[in-house]
Design a binder for this molecule. Structure first.
Ligand code: TYD
Ligand code: MG
Length: 481
């Protein structure tokens, strides 16, 4: 019968429920379940590749995929397909490959999510052009960039601005998945880019483009296409807060790789982070800088989050440098503090968790004797970075002390360490990595927990770097201020 089946789907994680619940049983998000009716017809489509089977049939004939069970020992002979990757090259390519876990895996479905305007289309157009161009090791090959958001003239203009003139790059504007897969058949592309998943639809699936069911079905169809043809598909997904367009989180468990592009409005740096990767680690971070001609890799990003360097004579009070680790890289970030006395006591923290900042302030008062109770305290992390690591505690405390004592900290001092409730300094993970970064950048003094000193023996550090181990905040204050 054509009776509609009602389902409740979580807008955050995409889990379906047969009835309404206040919170999602899978991801525990509250109030995210939305009802939608799935007709019998759509139910059939959701099983198989019915709609686009015609479109891919010729793919299957061209490249027969073995579809019978195989012995493990046969599978492991020769190259492991999971280890073979389409190479990416140049500084930009290496930066992208780093996040993908070494390169693009054939037949993989990669989702690139991010806020509107962060630069997803630009990034994917650049990747498409690079793949199409090939290198010394791989000949040029067709790559198709399909946009459901822009006309091919608009994409062409963008490519012009970015000085992309790759012969093998094909542009196509369409929102119909069946049409897209049909039209690219003759080209046998090296890769397919779809911009964006929220603008495409599959005929026969209920709802318009962008609704949860469409987004899920289109993604599943593209996944099957990728697996059957071994052509990697790169998918763009907008992160939205309004909820009427299903966000990329709904797709995370369908696709092989999820990358998120991050960036602050007023910063020209863009981070590409892998949050899921069936073919590699998720502990990676790509760093790019925006330019007129697109994204450029930042190969040495340690100092990008520092504010402009002052010469020593004009150093301001209230600044301290912390060393954080993200992915396999370490960065220096600058903490700014302002303590001022006035009639009303205010606190405002930017980029630092409020509870952590409050804790550090209380410890400074109780364990180090700072009379902060009558001060307004403002804290800020430069460059819009969020300080998540406790390794930054000591720099936060140092910045507050610096402002409170109106004593500028020399610009060649860095702070690493977690602060305990007794004011004691605790060691943090990856001490060696952090200290090596500080050393490479020519810093003269690095304040660390006393207990971490032994972790640094044998490190190859610059001669001019003095490592100062301190047991607690009092020792830091006596040593630095
Ligand atoms: P766009 O790629 O369109 O963002 P998204 O697809 O995520 O919505 O980029 C937004 C704007 O920023 C666009 O006008 C182009 C511009 N831009 C640059 O000029 N240079 C760059 O390196 C990037 C990434 C973007
Ligand atoms: Mg876009």
């Amino acid at each position: 019968s054509g009776k509609a089946r009602v389902q409740w789907v979580c807008g955050d994680c995409g889990e379906s429920h047969s009835q309404w619940w206040g919170s999602c049983h899978s991801c525990h998000a509250v109030g995210t379940l939305k009802v939608f009716a799935e007709s019998e017809k759509a139910g059939n489509n959701s099983r198989g590749f019915e709609i686009s089977e015609n479109a891919t049939r010729s793919w299957l004939q061209q490249r027969a995929v073995e579809l019978h069970p195989r012995r493990l020992t046969d599978v492991n002979k020769g190259i492991n397909p999971l280890e073979w990757r389409i190479p990416l090259f140049g500084l930009f390519g290496i930066e992208v490959a780093r996040v993908l876990g070494g390169g693009l895996v054939p037949g993989s479905l990669v989702l690139v999510g991010g806020d509107p305007g962060v630069g997803k289309s630009t990034l994917l157009l650049q990747i498409a052009a690079m793949l199409a161009e090939g290198s010394d090791f791989s000949k040029p090959a067709p790559v198709i960039y399909v946009s459901g958001e822009e006309s091919i003239e608009q994409i062409g203009n963008r490519a012009d601005r970015m000085r992309i003139g790759t012969h093998e790059l094909y542009l196509y504007s369409s929102t119909d998945v069946e049409d897209i897969l049909e039209k690219i058949q003759g080209l046998s592309p090296r890769a397919l880019v779809v911009d964006s998943i929220q603008t495409v639809y599959l005929k026969g699936v209920v709802g318009s483009a962008g609704n949860i069911q469409q987004v899920k079905e289109c993604t599943s169809a593209l996944l099957r296409f990728a697996k059957q043809t071994n052509i990697p598909v790169l998918l763009i997904g907008h992160v939205t807060k309004t909820g009427d367009i299903a966000g990329p989180r709904v797709l995370e468990h369908i696709v092989d790789v999820v990358l998120y592009m991050e960036g602050e409005k007023y910063s020209s740096y863009r981070l590409l982070r892998s949050v899921k990767n069936r073919f590699g680690s998720t502990d990676e971070l790509g760093v790019f800088e925006m330019s007129q001609s697109g994204l450029k890799a930042v190969s040495n990003p340690s100092e990008i989050f520092l504010s402009e360097q002052y010469s020593d004579s004009e150093v301001l009070a209230g600044l301290a440098v912390a060393v954080i680790v993200d992915g396999s890289r370490s960065f220096l970030i600058e903490i700014q503090a302002l303590c001022s006395s006035g009639s009303t006591v205010k606190k405002h923290f930017n980029g630092i968790r409020e509870s952590r900042a409050d804790m550090i302030i209380s410890i400074l008062m109780k364990q180090a004797g700072l009379k902060l109770q009558d001060s307004s305290i403002f804290l800020n992390v430069v460059s819009g970075i969020n300080l998540k690591e406790t390794a930054g505690d000591l720099a936060v405390a140092a910045a507050i002390c610096s402002s409170f004592f109106e004593f500028p900290i020399p610009t060649d001092v860095a702070f690493i360490g977690e602060i305990g409730l007794g004011g004691e300094l605790r060691t943090v993970p990856r001490m060696d990595k952090r200290v090596v970064t500080v050393s490479k950048l020519g810093y003269k003094r690095c304040i660390i927990p006393k207990s971490a000193e032994k972790l640094l023996t044998g490190l190859d550090l610059e001669e001019g770097l003095q490592i100062v181990g301190c047991r607690n905040l009092k020792e830091v204050i006596n040593g630095v201020f």
